[in-house]
Design a protein. Structure first.
Length: 346
């Protein structure tokens, strides 16, 4: 099947989705419980670099090693119950037709950029730090439209254009726009291979004017009840019980964040919506989940810590009060605290 045929198909729940929405329940809970959910770890990956059924990267090349490392990290994520967000940002590339410039007596490096579909000319200046393994004080620069390679003599450092914009201060204040919420858990590992139909379809829709990134998040769930956290009960210490609890918790968090970022009419098939509603009804009855709160704030995301969507205004922090009601996730955003002081203005 050609890629064009694949992305032209309407989004349907995959076999993995069907299996997940019918996965076993943990032992029923006898007392009401509440959850507090936060982000333990989060990392962006530039999906365009692996989209479209890519060939295996050449690890003899620094950029090839970068790409293979990204695939390894995504492969590891598909073995765990993490969430991923498909995120779009305006298209941006290094401008290889213009020269880079060094500052006098410093490691300040000015990089030329092409921003947006109209390729507006911009530039940013970053200040490099000498790595521990470097054998020279100033690296040799190699620039492609996607990557900056710094040869420090004893080592080579590769940064994508999005790595640079995320990790170095710049004047491009752009929010990451969430267009899809999903779970990484997939024994077939299709997300890391660029072969997950839902994500490929979104990539195809946005690729002309936007870059597509994956934000992979490890969510931490703190459950409380009169009997403590069910995950800590002796009866739930087997691998199967832990797997069932992790799946249930991520199903609930996924449903809430899908509702929040994608809206009430999330782009899912009617069959998937029906299965998901049945799953949430079963979870509500089994878990006696009275209430859960989600504190969505990205640690160490640098300049890409602001999230938005068609339904959600740009913010660094999204705090949500949630509940399950008749197979639906009910989500209410808490008002952000008033901005005060210099830090709030930055």
């Amino acid at each position: 099947m050609q890629l064009s045929e694949l992305v032209a198909q309407p989004t349907q729940p995959t076999a993995v989705t069907f299996a997940a929405l019918a996965s076993p329940m943990p032992e029923p809970i006898s007392v009401p419980q509440q959850w507090e959910i936060s982000v333990a770890n989060a990392k962006y990956h530039w999906y365009d670099l692996i989209a479209g059924f890519p060939t295996v990267p050449d690890i003899r090349d620094p950029i090839g090693r970068y790409l293979r490392r990204m695939q390894f990290e995504l492969e590891a994520a598909t073995e765990n119950h993490h969430l991923f967000f498909v995120v779009t940002r305006p298209r941006i590339r290094f401008d290889t037709a213009r020269a880079t410039q060094w500052g006098f007596f410093s490691l300040k490096l000015t990089l030329p950029l092409l921003v947006g579909a109209d390729e507006l000319k911009e530039a940013i200046t970053i200040e490099l730090s000498i790595p521990f393994a470097a054998t020279v004080k100033k690296p040799t620069i190699s620039l492609t439209e996607d990557f900056l390679t710094l040869n420090w003599g004893g080592m080579q450092e590769v940064l994508s254009v999005h790595d640079v914009l995320q990790n170095y201060e710049n004047g491009l204040k752009i929010a990451s726009k969430v267009v899809f919420v999903g779970q990484t858990r997939d024994p077939a590992g299709r997300l890391s291979k660029g072969r997950l139909p839902e994500v490929q379809k979104l990539h195809q829709q946005h690729s002309e004017h936007h870059d597509t990134l994956l934000l992979v998040t490890q969510m931490q769930v703190s459950a409380s009840s009169e009997l403590g956290d069910p995950a800590a009960w002796p009866a739930n210490q087997s691998e199967d019980a832990a797997e069932a609890i992790a799946r249930v918790r991520m199903d609930v968090v996924e449903a809430a964040l899908m509702r929040y970022f994608e809206g009430a009419a999330a782009r899912r098939s009617s069959e998937e919506k029906t299965l998901r509603a049945e799953r949430l009804r079963a979870i509500a009855a089994n878990e006696k989940l009275e209430y859960f709160a989600i504190h969505l704030e990205l640690p160490e995301a640098g300049n890409y810590r602001y999230l938005a969507s068609e339904h959600v205004a740009k913010s660094r922090q999204h705090v949500l009060d949630c509940a399950l009601d008749d197979g639906q996730a009910i989500v209410t955003r808490r008002a952000p605290p008033p901005a005060t002081g210099t830090r709030a203005r930055a």
